[in-house]
Each structure stands twice: as C-alpha cells, then as structure tokens.
Design a protein around this ligand. Sequence first.
Ligand code: ADP
Ligand code: MG
Length: 606
Amino acid sequence: MTQRQLTMCAVGVLLGAWGFLPEFTITMLNYIGLYALVAVGLVMLTGVGGMTSFGQAAFVGLGAYATAWFCTAPAAAALVGLAPTSAALPWIGLVAGLVLSATVAWLLGSVTLRLSGHYLPLGTIAWGLSLYFLFGNLEFLGGHTGIAGLPALSVGGLTLRSVHELGLLTWTVLLLTLWALHNLLDSREGRAIRSLRTGRVMAESMGVDTARYRIKVFVLAALLASLSGWMYAHLQRFVNPTPFNLNIGIEYLFMAVVGGTGHLWGAVLGAALITLMKQYLQDILPSLLGASGNFEVIVFGLLMLLVLQRFSDGLWPSLAQFVSRYLKPAKLANADTPRGLPERQLPERGHVVLSATDVSKRFGGLLANNQVNLNVRSGEIHALIGPNGAGKSTFFNMISGVDDPSSGAVSLLGQDMSGRPSRAYAAAGLSRTFQHVRLLGARSVLDNVALGAHLRGHSAWIASMLRLDRAEEAALITEARHQIERCGLGAQMHETAGSLALGQQRIVEIARALAGQPSVLLLDEPAAGLPHMEKLALARLLMQLRDEGLAILVVEHDMEFVMNIADRVTVLEFGLVIAHGSPAEVQVNPKVLVAYLGGADAELMT
Ligand code: ADP
Ligand code: MG
C-alpha cells in the first residue's frame, strides 16, 4: 500500500462509519476538523513560511462575526437586498468574512511582517488582543454577550441541522484544503514558499519576491481561519468573543507545533490530540484529584513541555516514519509531458554584459570596496582574486543586488541597476552562488535546483492548488534534472542537500544558478572543498559554459584552477583593484606578488 492509498482508505473508513458514530464522537470530530483548518493555516505560516502568529483566533472571530451579523441583523440583510430569513445570508456572510479577513490580514501583514525576530510574534499578540477586545466592545455585535439565533447552513436546498450533517461539510472542506495545500507545496510556488523560512536572501537572488509571498501566505492562513470561524458560528448557532481570545490563539499554535509545524497532516494530528486531551482531562482530573478546579490547564501545560522536549519537530514526523516502514514509497516519476520553457537569447560574444563603475562599499570605518571598476564580457571567464578579506564577496553582493553600494553604479545588459533588488538582477539574466552555501538543507537536491528556474515558470497559486500547473512543473523539473546531471550530481538528485559534502553543495548551487538560464554567472569560491578530480570536472564545465557564450565571473583561491580557466584576471587587495590583465600578465605583476606572498621574487604559481 502506498501513502496515498492509506489516506484514501482512512477517508473511506471515516465516511463509511460516519452515520454510525454517536453524536458525541461526531461533535468532537467536528471541532477537531474546525481547529485543524486553522492549524493547517498555521503550518503554512509558521512551519513552512517561518512566521509565528499567536493571533489566528482573531481571524476565526472575523469569519464568525461576519456571518453572525449578516444572518441576524435586519439592516445587514437589507444592505444586500435579501429578506432577513433568506437561506442565502450565511453565504453572503461567508464571502463577507473572507473579504474582511483578507483585507485585515493584508493590512496587518504589511505592517507586522516587516518586523523581524521576536517582534513579529509580539506584533501578532498585539493585534490578536485588539481584535478580541474590538469584538467585545462593539454594540452592534452584541458586546460581551454576543449574537444568538444564527440559522443552520443550507447547501443546495439541504439544511445542515445535525452535527452529523455539518460535520460532513467541515471534513469535506478540511480534506479539500489539505489536498489543495499539498498540491501548492508540491509546485514552483511551493518551493518559493518553503524558502521563506530560512532562505530569503537566496530566494530573492532566484527572483522570488519574498515580501509578497510572505503576505500571501499570511492572507492564506487568515482565510482558512475565517472559513473555520464561519462553520463554527453555524455549528454553535451563536457567537461571543470568548473563543477568539489570545489563549485560544496560543492553543492553535500549540496544535500546529505539537502535530509538527512542517507537515500539513501534523495540524490534524495536533488538533485531534489537543481537543481530546482537553476534553478528557477536564472530566478525569477532578474525579482523580477529588477536587474541582482547572487542573487540566496545568497538566496540559506540563504535557506540552514534555512533547516539545521529546519531539521538537512535532509528533507527525515520528508517526509518519513509523508508518512508512509498512508502506511502499510513492513513485517519483512525473508523467506529464513537459511544456517548453522560455529560452533566453545570449548576448553576442565579447559584449560587455555586466559593468561596475567606481563601486565603493563602506562598513562603518572600513572601506571594503574602494572605487572598483570591472567589466564582464559574454563568452569570457573573468577571475576576481585577492587575499582573504580583500572585499571580493562584498563586491559580489554589490553587483548582484544583495546589498547596495555606498557609491558607484552597476549596469547589467545595458540597464542601470541602481537601487534594484536582487530579484531584478535575476530577472535581467544574472545568476549567482554564495560563498557560504545557501541551500534548503532538508529539501532534495532536485528541489533546490528547481528553485533556480523559478522565473521561467508562471503558474499562480490557484492553478498550482488545482494541479493545473503540471506541464510547466514537469518542464521545470526536467530542466533541474538536466542541470544536475550536467554538473555531475545525477546520483545525488534525490538526496537532501544538507547531507552532501560541502564541496558538492557548492556544485548544487552552480546547478541551481544554471537552471535560471543566465547570461551572467557569478561564482563565489566554487572549487573550495572539492577533491582534485571534481575540480577538473568543474573547470571543464565552466569552460564549456564559456564556449556557449556565458559571461562568468569567478572568485577562487586555488590559483592553478583560476589561471587555467580565466581569460582575464582582476586582483583586489584591501578593497582596491591592484592589477588587471591576462593570467600571464597578472602572475608576473610585482604588486600582486607582494600582496600574495610578501616578496617580489616569490612566484605566484608553483
Ligand atoms: P573576501 O570575500 O575578499 O574574503 P569580504 O568581501 O567577505 O572579503 O570582506 C571584506 C571586508 O569587509 C572584510 O574585512 C570583512 O570583515 C568586511 N565585511 C564584510 N561584510 C561585512 C558586513 N556585513 N559588515 C561589516 N563588515 C563586513
Ligand atoms: Mg569571500
């Protein structure tokens, strides 16, 4: 049995048993489904996207209150031209709740997501509290008493009065959501989302607008919370502010963390565990201890600590690992026919594609780059060398948009790039690697490299969720495979990038850069840590790329490697260009010899 078949089986069993399960069980399942919907939004936000939110309960409240107001206030019904008893009102309430939540999330997100470190969670606490108090203090929302008398939902003429009926809706929505999010994560857009947590600088260099993706994930999580609030309101037929307070917001986060923040099903597991635990502890503890009181909160807290201590990634990964021993691995093959990717026309050979004019960079009192001038031409390997701390990596950051020069100009294929972000450089045709490798260590080599082709695909989120992106996805994966094989890492394609030797990880970065089909390639110490034979293979690859017309700028310490492949060499020392010319000229330049070896009679190459 494969994992997919197991999931289908479980869903089938649940569906078959549904009618026979007692009302209490179904009620619990209903709540688990509703909580899981919020928690799965948090998995996307926190575990996948790296943004911690304590405030999700407030979005559940927005969804619940929106529908409560439309369904009970005659003025609201009149506003949309419907009778106060119309069965369409809950649906108007749903749309209103989603629009409201998306708008509020967008506004809150544009302010709070700029915050870094612990300021972001603190920000979510602040607006979580504000929205909660807002619900309680608005007269037209019934103040702290709330709004009663919500109608039952009706779907296509069928009124969902019992928990059995409503529960079917809850779980259908939850399962469809899981399917859609699973699809989303398994796509070009998903790769970009996964890079948000630990790889934002890198993702920007691959052309991903990370700020935009962060807001979109934030809005997505808010929409799921709001949807849950809508169903919750029609299950309870009554809303008041209590279920939307900060405590509950923290509980949602617990569900996601205990289940496993990095896994969609972890949300369902976490929601189930916490809902059941709360229920049973409430019943059992007082009789066990012979006294009444909120003991469950204390025990709950202790259990939480225990779980987090023992399973820092949540329970789902351990469970999945256990179950997978008995499952057949899923087939990795993508059966879709790849659709052609856009191809970039390389500039004419010898054409200056990247030019830096008087680029300076000051870090406090240190002038790391001092009026550096450098031109990179297509069909040429240009080496940038210099002792450690000379400012080579700094210069790379200046000419790839990762950092802005203090002064000076950079132009790429004739465009002035001043003040442009690194994703604009990627869009213009520049790809780079990083001296300190920036890969998503837990993802496969294939996944990492496919992110490099991000800008060559166009599928949007909805298309990815509905699996309409498959032809494009197949093309991106085919391209990634091709680049990995070309770089000699075919055997490691499906291994996690973090498990490779550091030298190989650098090669993965090169493959990723090539997947973007650049006109200019910047390589920061690509040969460091590579065994001799692999260095030779890398040199051959770079010369082949040059012959194809690519412009390559390479920083490297291995002089034999550099001098063999470079057409031109620029030497940097203390941020200043001290020499420039062919390898032969540079090797006999007295300034260079002094800089490297401290003596004019020393030889640079041995
Ligand atoms: P290289 O790559 O040639 O070894 P770098 O460009 O990494 O050199 O560093 C050049 C100098 O700038 C070094 O003295 C380094 O300490 C300093 N430097 C680099 N980045 C920063 C930074 N973000 N803040 C302050 N100083 C920096
Ligand atoms: Mg460096």
